[in-house]
Design a protein around this ligand. Structure first.
Ligand SMILES: [Zn+2]
Length: 242
């Protein structure tokens, strides 16, 4: 199984998360929030062959770290995985949307040069803008919308332009999250935790907790746990082998 959005380097107890990845043998995408953190984060998990480090510049840091775009371009050839990137239109961040757009568009444009990237994308309160950027750069790579909280019509647009969706146990905490999960086409679903920021029942999530989603989906769709698991595993295989 998998956790396609996890801030491995930010866990207060690093051994615990490393242990969890090793024991579960999950395919883990270790996302970063600034390019200057990329190489250090690669070193943290280099002995784990199923743990991949993504190169990112988080939208909430775009206005402070846009000067790291040159470093982003320099490092982009070192990994197939890009994230955390995207836009954030929430309070406290929407006033920096201009900087966020400069950073996000720059990154998508850079990714088009490679054409095989896999992108994990933050779109909180900025779904329309994110989708408009993705339309502008259709060859940037395979977009995975992480913790998507848009409307049904935004979701339909995202599906139409080829987005995947990584969903995690924290989405089960709210009625809205559960509603959105019920709209998702099963062949576009991937798993994540967004640990250590995301929690479920008050507990910080570890990568192997992503498994909870499989149980949830099987009890809500009538398909067996193993059917769901094999479909979602297949979704990952499709994007990785494309
Ligand atoms: Zn995140």
């Amino acid at each position: 199984m998998m956790d396609l959005h996890c801030h491995v380097d930010l866990y207060p107890d690093f051994d615990e998360v490393l242990d969890d990845i090793q024991r579960s043998n999950f395919y883990v995408l270790s996302v970063t929030t600034v390019p200057s953190a990329f190489e250090g984060t690669v070193r943290l998990t280099e002995r784990l062959k199923n743990c991949k480090t993504a190169l990112g510049l988080h939208p909430q840091l775009a206005h402070q770290r846009k000067n790291e775009l040159a470093l982003f371009d320099e490092l982009a050839e070192k990994t197939r995985y890009i994230g955390e990137i995207g836009l954030d239109g929430s309070k406290g961040f929407k006033e920096h949307l201009d900087d966020q757009l400069i950073v996000f568009n720059h990154i998508l444009r850079s990714c088009e040069y490679y054409s095989n990237k896999i992108l994990t994308i933050h779109s909180l309160n900025a779904v329309n803008d994110v989708l408009a950027c993705l339309r502008k750069y259709p060859r940037a790579g395979i977009p995975i919308l992480h913790w998507f909280l848009g409307t049904k019509s935004q979701l339909d647009t995202a599906v139409e332009i080829g987005c995947y969706f990584s969903i995690g146990p924290a989405m089960l905490n709210s009625a809205r999250g559960r509603k959105i999960i019920s709209w998702l086409p099963i062949n576009r679903i991937l798993l994540e935790t967004d640990g250590p920021f995301a929690k479920h029942n008050g507990k910080v999530l570890l990568p192997s907790d992503a498994d909870m989603i499989l149980h949830y989906l099987s009890s809500n769709t009538g398909s067996s746990y193993f059917e769901i698991k094999s479909t979602i595993q297949n979704n990952l295989r499709k994007i990785v082998s494309s």
